[in-house]
Design a protein. Structure first.
Length: 213
């Protein structure tokens, strides 16, 4: 089976997305890119995470053509392909509809660094202008807005996060959701202040160092 290890990871992290309440039902999707052989393992379209087996995970090439797997790839395949092309540092992508990140996205609101843990995703998580789900327009909008962050909000839709591996992309998605909730709560009772740019640089450097250890 092509990309057997990566397909197993897609199954495991899919269940984790449900467990940590970052997705509901069959919403959201995730992928891993083996840049060595140019193949991407991506969650199948419309299949419950708890029922997904490694052989259900679709394997596509960089043009999106299915090369292995029993099922159709996720309907957001175009967004995954576009982001891998835009970001050579990304080898994994997690897309969620997590509640607090999506709340901000429904306000067309970017997420500033009001809490240091946002550093796992970048200095800011911008909100990409709305486009219909599953379209090349949405892929283009997300790629234009993400900048050098590890995550981007998708207006009236959800969150897209990337990383060097699935653990990193998943962590970025989870930390953004946490920071989005904190931001929402802080905004409800006052005006939160933002951590200065230079301090965020320092935090991001410390996180990178932490990761290496
Ligand atoms: Zn979605």
């Amino acid at each position: 089976m092509l990309l057997e290890h990566e397909r197993t990871l897609i199954v495991e992290y899919g269940k984790l997305l449900l467990e940590r309440r970052l997705v509901a039902g069959t919403s959201g999707n995730l992928s891993v890119f083996d840049r060595g052989n140019g193949c991407i393992a991506i969650s199948p379209s419309g299949l419950a995470y708890e029922r997904t087996q490694p052989e259900d995970v679709a394997v596509v090439d960089t043009a999106g053509t299915v090369v292995d797997g029993l099922r159709r790839p996720s309907s957001e395949l175009a967004m995954h392909l576009a982001l891998y092309e835009k970001r050579p540092d990304a080898c994994a992508i997690v897309h969620t509809h997590s509640v607090f990140a999506t709340t901000l996205a429904c306000l067309d609101c970017s997420l500033p660094a009001v809490h240091y843990l946002l550093g796992f995703a970048g200095k800011v998580v911008r909100c990409a202008p709305y486009a219909t789900f599953g379209t090349p327009e949405l892929a283009g909008s997300a790629c234009a807005a993400i900048g050098d962050s590890q995550a981007v909000l998708l207006a009236h839709h959800g969150l897209l996060a990337c990383g060097a591996d699935l653990a990193e992309a998943f962590n970025a998605a989870e930390q953004v959701e946490y920071c989005a909730e904190i931001y929402w709560r802080a905004r409800a009772v006052g005006t939160p202040s933002v951590i200065p740019d230079g301090e965020m640089d320092r935090i991001i450097e410390k996180f990178a160092d932490y990761g290496r250890r």
